[in-house]
Ligand binder design. Structure first.
Ligand code: MOS
Length: 773
């Protein structure tokens, strides 16, 4: 079945690539709108709510009769539970339930992400259905109690013994067992153009190096949580207040697990305190819903920080080879990017580190390949630019190494290899202005002051250096976008879409876009989101949400105009006009080219005797990113300092110049870019999950031991953008959420090399790797 499906999809993909441009979705006229709400630095519409503590997060819904959950975690990586003593926990004060595999209700396995269009499980295992253990930290028991403290105390009284089995708990052991071809979204992560190995061997200039990146864990500020209850006359409707990047996905997936219908699960997620790929479906959701069913009471589960490390997947470790063969003028004859990422047996998400390499450089011969090595650990999952973040570290470090060897400016070397079309897909770029980004970034950063030779710029006991790197992230618009617009006779509009605002400003930016599209003032537009009662399958992931909502609102707006024109009867100045003859402005529609032929929405509704008018529609199929190569780009610049006494690295300046199409709101966009770049700093200098390789236990499951940048570590960050609309994206805007983390790791590594002459190819770059001064 899958082979047939894959073959059909390949034919479809080819057909879309070759189709005439005119078959693609129409360009969005809004991309050219200047001096309006698009591009205005509007402050967050929910800012006041948040600073007043009035924005409720998943663990802040008090339900009547609610009980609190705590989890016990396995301490072996693989095997069976031999004994499980829950007596002391069960008789501990306030305890309402101790649930283990012996009394958990029957449930289906979690539907694994990408196995179906609404599947959102981080792994495909059944939850607490038998005594088997698949990773160290897997929940073995859940306690419900009247207070959180009682639950936490009781869970500590549970005693387990195990019949442990041999497990693969180190990357080295996993690789020694052999590797497999990795696939992503149904296609092998592999490209072969020409004979890259032969071209490399023949090239007069060569870099051939191995770069390694460690395991990373998710650390959103808001801990993973859910407050849920079984409701309805038959107590068969599951109501979940969740912290989610995909409410519709979540409802469908939970329905599969519990054997109920999708519409028997209602998920809302009005506010999310960061997600970055982690707020999908994990075991805590399933366990809390199962326990709530057993005790027939609402349950609140909020993972501890340790709990997030134990059961929410992170980024897998990688070992990557990048080899570049070049002519003296810098042109690439060979580009090789291959390597291995760890993968658990119950997961299908290999860290796809070659994705960015596929579109970045022209090279005569290209070889790209990701392989996986199996480890008995928690599933790998999506984590901020999965693939590109660690992939650009390797690729862009290697480019810098080649520039040093060629004694060429690293920017000039990159520009020498700018491709005219997508080097692996062969499709034309929709819009690529990386040169502009480098030009404006270099100018603003003062790149001309860089010392070409390492260890020549000294400031007291600090060696100072500059580095740069290319950032890249694809444009996606996933299928399933839909929206509903309701116009009211007070002249206001409400958009409803099952999308998400995880702090990035969705509600704000989409209110701006919709107001502009409908010709209404901003304060007349409300964007309602984060609720499965709203239309659309809109994942807040892959940096695609802005385009997905935009495409859906375009369709809903077009449907709304059709309905409005039906009301334009009698002496209406719009009577008899077709949808493409009218334009929205000043709270109504006017005849294109004849602004005096206008009628307000309020008047049209009154004419039809309506208090409100609703239109709902599905977005046009997202064919554009198969037809064109659609990617965002950026140029990241870093000034680093390495202390000559201690080897300590410090970042003194960071700048990103981005080419992401139209920037819809410079205020929220700057936050997104800076946040991504700070995560890139963490990846470059601090973040690493420490695995005890004897037993697969994460040893640093807390922010005290797993370091992320704090304010004292972060310099002033500058962000610039080209603001050139992408002609084929809604609003001309490509996503901006994830690109900031890409390129940043390499820009930092390259700046550190330029400062002290030490090339560190193993993240994170800590002072012990820079020592001997
Ligand atoms: Mo994306 S991996 O959901 O930040």
């Amino acid at each position: 079945m899958n082979i047939v499906k894959d073959a059909v999809q390949k034919v479809m993909k080819k057909a879309v690539e070759l189709a005439p441009d005119a078959w693609m979705p129409d360009p969005d006229p809004l991309m050219h709108s200047r001096d309006g709400l698009i591009g205005a630095p509007v402050s967050r519409v929910d800012g006041a709510l948040k600073v007043q503590g009035q924005a409720p997060y998943a663990a802040e819904f008090p339900l009547d009769g609610m009980v609190y959950a705590a989890l016990a975690y396995s301490t072996v990586p693989k095997g069976r539970i031999a004994t499980l003593d829950t007596n002391a926990a069960a008789s501990s004060p306030g305890v309402v339930l101790v649930m283990t595999h012996m009394n958990a209700p029957k449930m289906q396995p979690m539907p694994l992400f990408m196995s179906a269009n609404k599947a959102v499980g981080g792994e495909d295992l059944a939850v607490m259905q038998d005594d088997r253990i698949y990773s160290n930290g897997q929940p073995i028991a859940l306690v419900l109690a009247e207070t959180q403290e009682q639950a936490d105390h009781a869970v500590a009284l549970i005693e387990a013994t195990y019949a442990a089995e041999p497990a693969v708990t180190s990357m080295a052991a996993a690789m020694a067992n052999g590797t497999k071809q990795a696939s992503f979204q149904g296609e092998p992560l592999r490209n072969d153009i020409g004979d890259a190995e032969a071209a490399l061997a023949a090239a007069p200039y060569r870099v051939d190096a191995t770069y390694t990146t460690p395991r990373h864990n998710h650390n959103a500020i808001e801990l993973h949580a859910a407050t849920l209850a079984w409701e309805g006359a038959h107590v068969d409707t599951l109501r979940i207040h969740d912290a989610s990047q995909g409410v519709a996905h979540m409802a469908w997936s939970m329905a599969q697990i519990f054997g109920i219908k999708e519409d028997q699960v209602r998920v809302t997620s009005p506010f999310v305190g960061g997600a970055f790929g982690s707020k999908s479906l994990w075991r805590h959701h399933v366990l809390a819903a199962a326990a709530a069913r057993l005790v027939q009471r609402p349950v609140r589960i909020m993972l501890s920080r340790e709990g997030v490390y134990r059961i929410v997947g992170g980024r897998a470790p990688t070992t990557q080879r990048v080899a570049l063969g070049a002519q003296a003028d810098g042109r690439f004859d060979a580009l090789i990017h291959t390597g291995v990422a760890a993968l658990s047996p119950h997961n299908a998400m290999p860290e796809p580190f070659i994705l960015g390499t596929r579109c970045t450089y022209a090279a005569t011969n290209i070889k790209l390949d990701v392989r996986t090595a199996e480890m008995d650990v928690l599933a790998n999952t999506f984590m901020r630019a999965p693939g590109e973040s660690v992939g650009t570290f390797a690729l862009e470090s290697a480019v810098d190494e080649l520039a040093a060897q060629l004694e060429m400016d690293p920017i000039a070397l990159r520009m020498r290899n700018e491709p005219k079309k997508d080097p692996t897909a062969g499709t034309p770029f929709s819009a690529r202005h990386l040169e502009d980004a480098y030009r404006m970034g270099a100018e603003r950063f003062g790149w001309r002051d860089r010392h070409a030779k390492p260890r020549t710029h000294v400031d007291g006991e600090w060696l100072v250096g500059m580095g740069c790197a290319t950032a890249t992230y694809p444009y996606y618009r996933m299928p399933g976008g839909a929206a509903r617009i309701t116009l009211s006779n007070d002249g206001s509009a409400r958009v409803e879409v099952a999308a998400h605002d995880m702090g990035m400003g969705t509600a704000t930016v989409q209110a701006q876009v919709t107001a502009e599209r409908l010709g209404l003032p901003l304060d007349k537009v409300t964007v309602a989101y984060g609720d499965t009662h709203f239309p659309g399958l809109v994942l807040a992931g892959g940096s695609q949400q802005t385009a997905a909502i935009g495409g859906a609102v375009i369709a809903a707006y077009q449907a709304l105009v059709v309905e409005l024109l039906k009301l334009a009867t009698g002496d209406s100045p719009l009577a008899g006009l077709k949808p493409d003859q009218v334009v929205a402005r000043d709270g109504g529609l006017y005849k294109r080219g004849e602004p005096r032929h206008a009628e307000s929405y309020v008047s049209l509704l009154a004419r039809g005797g309506r208090t409100a008018l609703t239109a709902e529609a599905n977005a046009a199929p997202p064919l554009e990113f198969l037809h064109w190569s659609m990617h965002s780009f950026g140029a990241i610049f870093c000034e680093a300092r390495v202390n000559m006494v201690t080897g300590e690295p410090r970042i003194s300046r960071l700048l990103g110049a981005f080419d992401c199409g139209r920037i819809l709101n410079p205020k929220t966009a700057a936050s997104q870019f800076k946040g991504g770049m700070i995560m890139g700093m963490g990846m470059a200098l601090m973040e690493a999950t420490q695995l005890d390789e004897r037993n697969g236990r994460i040893m640093n499951p807390s922010l005290a031991e797993y370091h992320v940048p704090v304010h004292m570590d972060v310099p002033e960050i500058e962000v610039l953008w080209t603001d050139i609309p992408d002609p084929h994206a809604p609003m001309g805007a490509r996503g901006i959420g994830e690109i900031g983390i890409t390129g940043t790791g390499a820009a930092i590594a390259n700046a550190i090399y330029n400062a002290c002459g030490k090339r560190v190819r193993d993240l994170p770059i800590t002072l012990d790797k820079l020592g001997d001064y």
